[in-house]
Design a protein around this ligand. Structure first.
Ligand code: NZQ
Ligand code: ZN
Length: 388
């Protein structure tokens, strides 16, 4: 087990009607804020009205910027930065999912910086300061509500790139599982794949002596596997929605990375898919992750056997050790299929014409992943293996 320091200070405010507390929380930081949201689901569901009521009760002024789209774009981030500067805004409230939160984080690092915000995502500069960000979460998926990451797409070249820095972890996250009752089944499923991917990126490590975090990872995965079919049948099952929502935060607030390094190659490959083809991140992961597993399992077959037995209940005496490992991967893939996700590129209407470009982009800053280091050719092989 590696040495570590752990501080993941996002205050979680969880439960029914918790959005009524948003004014109280924001007041600790600012009286004039940017209200940032997506394409309108929060207006249709009434969440917008409830948030505005709470802000008004606390005398908080706000300027709005809606329109964040899934796979959020840098052009809207730049607009947000200008609005904050012109109006002396020093706090951003994100109401939405990973896309809105990531766009908010990008605005937060962009406002105090004299250059163009893309410099950070292109790896040219490190952000030094950021405005504080608060979150009202509407979809359990990206884990951005308590993560140190922001992922933004640049329309110029369709690069989807991330920054990772402690200064952008949200100050608070308000999480009411009832708000997620309105999620379409496909978004629920995409969210589940992303939560599971965040755990699995951490699970497949080369570090030894990490059985405590292994067990935490397995419990988080099993929670998602158990509860997602329940909410797909009964979208307003509060307890099942609540388990998934809390699991999404724990999957990505770095508790599960304590004492170990993760892999993150599947995320690197997926970001090329959603960057170029604008598919949901979770759908891309459902295609890439099982393919990555089949490509690398021989590197540490014992770990894959543990995954198969502890997460997917494969019988320890099933055929052969190799078959156990592969059966775990097969059950993961079947789960993704059963909840309505694509598991091949063709199911997502992606052909072979741009695989080379994606493999080049994914590895242009060096080899991808930690568990097994992947070169461009490896990425290409993985993508080719899931064409059909
Ligand atoms: O835009 P609106 O109208 O709000 O609709 C959204 C959007 O269409 C809808 N939705 C959200 N909550 C809803 C709802 N519809 C009905 N009822 C609700 N309660 O769902 C759609 C997807 O929203 P989005 O925010 O895009 O989803 P998600 O949370 O999956 O975020 C995806 C983005 O996060 C990035 C992904 O790459 C992707 O760009 N990630 C961010 C990470 C981070 N910052 O730590 C880590 C992840 O690995 C990931 O890369
Ligand atoms: Zn993810």
């Amino acid at each position: 087990m590696r040495d570590f320091e752990f501080l993941s200070p996002t205050k979680i405010i969880f439960g029914r009607n918790s959005e009524a507390k948003v004014g109280r929380e924001v007041k600790n930081y600012s009286r004039k804020i940017l209200l940032h949201y997506g394409k309108g689901s929060i207006i249709r569901t009434g969440l917008y009205d409830r948030v505005v009521k709470s802000l008004k009760e606390e005398g908080i002024d706000f300027i709005e910027l809606g329109g964040v789209q899934p796979n959020p774009r840098v052009s809207l981030v730049r607009e947000g930065i200008e609005i904050c500067r012109k109006n002396g805004i020093n706090f951003i409230l994100a109401i939405g999912g990973g896309s809105v939160i990531d766009s908010s984080k990008a605005i937060a690092v962009g406002v105090p910086y004299s250059g163009d915000v893309w410099d950070f995502y292109a790896g040219k500069m490190e952000p030094k300061t950021a405005l504080p960000v608060g979150v009202v979460l509407t979809i359990p998926a990206a884990g951005s509500e308590a993560s140190k990451s922001s992922v933004i797409t640049n329309e110029d070249g369709w690069y989807k790139r991330s920054i990772n820095t402690e200064i952008i972890r949200p100050r608070f996250a308000i999480m009411n599982p009832e708000v997620t009752f309105t999620l379409p089944p496909y978004q629920t499923a995409c969210g589940a794949a992303d939560i599971m991917a965040h755990v699995m990126e951490r699970y497949f490590t080369n570090d030894k002596g990490v059985n405590f975090t292994d067990r935490l990872c397995e419990a988080t995965l099993k929670t998602v596997i158990y509860n997602v079919p329940i909410v797909l049948k009964k979208p307003d099952d509060y307890d099942a929605r609540a388990q998934i929502m809390w699991a999404s935060t724990i999957a990505h607030n770095d508790l599960l990375s304590t004492g170990r390094t993760g892999d993150w190659a599947s995320h690197g490959i997926e970001h090329e898919l959603s960057g170029i083809y604008d598919i949901p991140h979770g759908a891309g992961l459902a295609i890439v992750f099982p393919a990555w597993m089949r490509y690398v399992y021989k590197h540490n077959i014992e770990r894959f056997i543990q995954f198969a037995i502890n997460v997917w209940n494969v019988e320890p005496n099933f055929e052969s050790p190799e078959r156990i490992a592969l059966e775990g991967v097969e059950r993961l893939k079947r789960f993704f299929k059963d909840i309505g996700l694509p598991t091949s590129l063709s199911e997502a209407n992606i052909g072979e014409d741009r695989l080379e470009e994606m493999a080049t982009k994914a590895t242009e800053r060096g080899e991808l992943g930690e568990f097994v280091k992947l070169k461009k050719e490896d990425v290409l092989n993985i993508l080719r293996s899931v064409l059909k």
